[in-house]
Design a protein around this ligand. Structure first.
Ligand SMILES: [Zn+2]
Ligand SMILES: [Zn+2]
Ligand SMILES: [Zn+2]
Length: 321
């Protein structure tokens, strides 16, 4: 069982296991668990509980979604709030699914065919549409960790997470977008897009429907933001045309990242408006990408105040080559 706990001072939720803790020895440097033996995501592996798949002409899966074997939240159970004195907690109910992105072990988003990447995005859209119907959930994320610094497994895979709470980062984005809208009666993300397109000094890639740029106030070197041109709050509302265009857009972007930054480990997350939230007019879904080139220093950890050594304009120029 998993438990959610809320910090009593700031609006920040964390999960902890209630029964089986992780190995303490495994936390020490050099003792991290790396995956050995047969790859659990290759087609030869047992895929016991298929949640969803996209099949090829021969009826074999091209993209397969299965439950995570070590979920950070658990699908079964009811949402129960548990207060202990001043502390707020909740049962760790949520969805944690693994998207196996291709049958081919040695692929990545820098090498995969754009069409295949489009299928992965279609799986994201279909799974998030489905999970939106579950009244227990408040926020849905698609996340990917790539490379030795970020992931235990090298077979291309990503995560779909449905949470019963709205994490602090998303709360801040929704609030900031709404404040801007109240003041200017416009979407801040649409305004950012217009300004970036006008000057393009931070543009890294551009398609008919998406802009990839290094944000003006990037926290990390080579941080990237992918934004749809169309104002839409939830990734699940993407059209087939947008999904296909985004497949090509991400393929180009990750090829650039691989070639220009020496194939770094990275993390990627899709941010969409929280479920049953009245901010559809002011929020704009987007993808955040963070190549892991620096580790988080104590100052940033302690203050939330970031010192980025590479100006985003220089980063964009380097990526454009
Ligand atoms: Zn594999
Ligand atoms: Zn917008
Ligand atoms: Zn975001």
């Amino acid at each position: 069982m998993v438990e959610l706990r809320r910090d009593p001072v700031v609006e920040r939720w964390i999960t902890i296991p209630r029964e089986r803790a992780a190995s303490i020895e495994g936390l020490f440097p050099g003792k991290q668990e790396v995956s050995r033996g047969a790859c659990p995501f290759c087609p030869t592996a047992m895929h016991e509980r298929e949640i969803y798949s996209i099949k090829d002409d021969q009826g074999r899966w091209s993209v397969l979604v299965v439950p995570d074997l070590r979920p950070i939240l658990e699908m079964e159970g009811t949402l129960e709030r548990r207060a202990k004195g001043i502390y707020d907690g909740m049962s760790g109910v949520g969805a944690h699914e693994i998207v196996i992105e291709t049958r081919e072990h040695n692929q990545s988003w820098a090498t995969m065919a754009a069409d295949q990447l489009g299928l992965v995005l279609r799986a994201y859209r279909d799974r998030s549409s489905q999970l939106r119907g579950d009244k227990r959930f408040r926020a849905i994320f698609m996340a990917k960790n790539y490379g030795g610094m970020a992931s235990r497994f090298s077979h291309p895979h990503s995560h779909v997470l449905a949470l019963p709470i709205v994490p602090r980062t998303l709360v801040e984005e929704v609030q900031g977008s709404e404040d801007y809208f109240q003041y200017k009666e416009r979407c801040v993300w649409c305004d950012v897009k217009e300004q970036e397109l006008a000057k393009s000094e931070r543009t890294v890639a551009l398609t008919d429907r998406f802009l990839v740029h290094t944000p003006y106030a990037s926290r990390y070197p080579f941080e990237l933001n992918v934004m749809p041109f169309r104002h839409v709050a939830d990734f699940a509302s993407s059209t087939d045309e947008e999904i296909a265009d985004l497949g090509g857009c991400l393929r180009t972007t990750f090829e650039i990242v691989k070639n220009r930054l020496h194939d770094p480990s990275y993390s990627m997350i899709i941010h969409s408006v929280p479920l049953r939230n009245a901010s559809e007019h002011s929020y704009h879904w987007h993808i955040e990408i963070r190549p892991q080139l620096t580790s988080l220093a104590g100052f940033e950890w302690g203050t939330g105040f970031f010192t980025n050594p590479i100006p985003p304009e220089v980063a964009a120029q380097h990526l454009r080559g």
